[in-house]
Design a protein around this ligand. Structure first.
Ligand code: SAH
Length: 347
């Protein structure tokens, strides 16, 4: 039996055609499951009885287990979902005025162990299937009965470390006959995996890329992001530039301001120099302190930092952190999967 949400329209079309069903069968199914949100082939009334049986015999509709739902005072909602193997992940719904963003996880845990981020604290368990990515969206939009206008891959995990499943999930989100998201409404965030960025560019999905920078000098960056040892700034910036030129897209750099660590005038100047001369914007966010030694920057430091960027002609946004009171803010996601009590005895 196959998980229906792991199939792109193209793959489902091939599957149906291989069994001598017409191409439009897959389109009908996509319409039923992604537009009308049906989870039962029997109810697909415009599909022939024979085709319905064929689908029933070959596919199933998996569900995520809703383990917990917490709402922040600012309207942000964090979901904890259980997967079929007992692992757990989190997704965060962030409503703004006209934008309703859903932040999705791509892995259980994370390999990259950025020092300021909780997601990698317990190491890496496994990649999510495309179906588990899509299902976070289906579950949240069903639960809240509200629309999602934007998708960001900024939850738990490193998206570019799970490329085949990420690409498949994005294709399903973009499919005009299904969920029909616009390319501008989807953003993938990476800690800077160079071969992943190349491969992602080659897939030509046309969606947005965001790179978590957090420091503009190798020494500083390596201290908080071990991935910088393998993929240092010069090469990273070169490949991001290639991406931006090739995809004709501006790229976003994420920069969490950490008090006394990366928030000085000198840091701002280094950042300005590093990303000068190409189509990029900086997304500044004050660090959400989830670890000792990583405190948010004071207001005065932020003012000076942004003035320096302005002086250097760098576009930036100063983002407000959301959902901090329920640990749903950037870097705070860390789905704890509760192991059953092992009957531990002290000796
Ligand atoms: N692995 C990907 C996706 C995670 S996205 C990546 O690194 O981009 C999560 C975003 O939140 C990243 O930009 C990450 O650097 C940022 N982040 C992590 N911890 C944070 C913290 N304590 N404060 C602010 N932002 C943080």
């Amino acid at each position: 039996m196959e998980d229906i949400y792991n199939y792109t329209l193209e793959e489902l079309t091939k599957f149906c055609q291989a069994a001598d069903y017409p191409r439009f069968l897959a389109q009908q199914v996509f319409n039923w499951i992604y537009r009308r949100r049906l989870e039962d082939f029997i109810l697909m009334t415009n599909v022939s009885k024979d085709a319905r049986k064929f689908l029933e015999d070959n596919f199933f509709f998996p569900r995520l287990k809703s383990l917990k739902k917490e709402e922040s005072s600012d309207g942000t909602v964090k979901f904890l979902f259980g997967l079929s193997d007992g692992a757990a992940i989190e997704s965060v719904y962030i409503p703004e005025r006209e934008r309703f963003t859903l932040c999705l996880s791509t892995q259980v845990g994370c390999k990259y162990a950025c020092k300021f981020c909780a997601s990698g604290r317990d190491g890496f368990q496994r990649n999510l299937a495309a179906s588990e990515i899509i299902n976070q969206y289906l579950s949240v939009s069903k639960d809240l009965n509200s629309k999602v206008t934007n998708i960001v891959f900024m939850g738990i995990g490193e998206p570019l470390d799970n490329l085949p499943n990420l690409i498949k999930a994005i294709q399903i989100f973009l499919e005009p006959k299904g969920l029909g998201f616009g390319k501008n409404k989807i953003c993938v965030s990476t800690s800077g995996i160079i071969p992943g960025i190349r491969e992602f560019a080659a897939a030509s999905l046309g969606v947005k890329l965001s790179v978590s920078l957090h420091a503009a000098e190798d020494g500083t960056r390596t201290k908080i992001m071990p991935v910088n040892k393998k993929y240092p700034l010069k090469e990273l910036i070169a490949v991001v530039k290639e991406f931006s030129l090739g995809q004709k897209r501006s790229v976003m750099f994420e920069y969490a301001l950490i008090k006394g660590f990366n928030d000085s005038l000198r840091d701002a100047a280094a950042l300005g120099k590093l990303i000068k001369g190409f189509d990029a914007k900086v997304n500044l966010i004050n660090c959400n302190s989830s670890f000792e030694g990583f405190e948010p920057s004071p207001d005065e430091a932020i003012v000076e930092f942004t003035q320096e960027l302005k002086k250097r002609g760098i576009f930036y946004f100063l983002r407000k952190s959301r959902g901090g009171d329920i640990n749903a803010a950037c870097g705070q996601l860390k789905a704890k999967f509760e192991k059953p009590n092992q009957g531990f005895r002290s000796t």
